[in-house]
Write a protein that binds this ligand. Sequence first.
Ligand SMILES: NC(=O)c1ccc[n+]([C@@H]2O[C@H](COP(=O)([O-])OP(=O)(O)OC[C@H]3O[C@@H](n4cnc5c(N)ncnc54)[C@H](OP(=O)(O)O)[C@@H]3O)[C@@H](O)[C@H]2O)c1
Length: 316
Amino acid sequence: MKNRVVRIRTGTETALVTGADGTIGSQIVFLLIKLGFNVCALSGSAAKMRTVIADWSPEEKARVKVFQINFAEPLRMRTYLEQLRERFEQFDVVVLAAGTMLAPDGPVHGYEHHAWVNVIAQAAVLRAVEEKMADDARIVCLSSVCAHLALSSDLADPELLHSQRHGVYEAYARSKLHLAVYCEQLAKEWGSGGGSSSTRASSTSSSPMLAATPPSTARRIVSVHPGVVAGGLYRHTNVLTRWLSDRAANFLRSPVMAATFVIHTALRDDAVSGGYYEDRERVRLQPEFRQPRRALVFKQIEKAVDDLFAPAQPSS
Ligand SMILES: NC(=O)c1ccc[n+]([C@@H]2O[C@H](COP(=O)([O-])OP(=O)(O)OC[C@H]3O[C@@H](n4cnc5c(N)ncnc54)[C@H](OP(=O)(O)O)[C@@H]3O)[C@@H](O)[C@H]2O)c1
């Protein structure tokens, strides 16, 4: 960590943040800038991001580069990601904070909306910049405590990446579980590769659940529940829920506190790669969801990303 602190202080570390204009993501960007990072901010709306940074000092503004990206548009997204990769030399920290809940929108590229935006598109961001990631890069994905609620009976069913069989709320919860599983399985690949670029060989290991790579200074990926925070995530909930969450905002976690938890989990030296964290503690997710089925979900997500970046043009 000591070397890293020196690098951050000299302003040579770059962080990539998705969902940068969101309630939590915008605070993550601001904290990273305060720490001394340069930030590549992927936001759903450039106009919203302009509002976010409006009050920042010129020095703070100079540290952020904003890119508007819609993860629900695969073709454009792929092009943006490929261009983005060329514009940066290295990414030292990656925060995948983009996410949508109870989205009324239909499937994307043949996949269920939450599965695509919350999982496959985030995995695609990682894939796009993987070659540019520092050997000791820290990656953190915003999962959710809702992941505990995903129905575990048929979680590895490939159909579930394509359908809302159990309803839209379960689709959100499942996407957050799948994102945490994706991190866990990717950590295994990176662990076997000694922190260098993965060979993308499918994992067939039957090692115990959450048997992730040990703490090291090499590349590390974790997932985290940021806490319950009132804000944009609840935009598609019913009027009563929105009203209640606005009223309860003062009793819930503040966006800046959530952002602090996320960055702490990303940078702490003792985090276990592949782990899922709640309030600084590593927590087991869905113990009955066994390793072979987790590996299967990982393969399905990887295949969706392979298809996206395949030479043939995906349909938007
Ligand atoms: N808030 C909570 O209580 C809570 C609890 C557990 C986990 N989380 C997770 O924490 C993350 C941040 O949540 P939040 O509360 O900050 O929510 P938020 O304010 O709604 O922020 C979500 C971010 O994701 C972006 N996004 C959504 N769909 C997108 C798309 N199709 N293309 C590009 N960007 C897209 C949004 O961009 P636009 O706004 O421009 O569309 C926004 O920047 C999410 O992943 C969420 O699942 C939040």
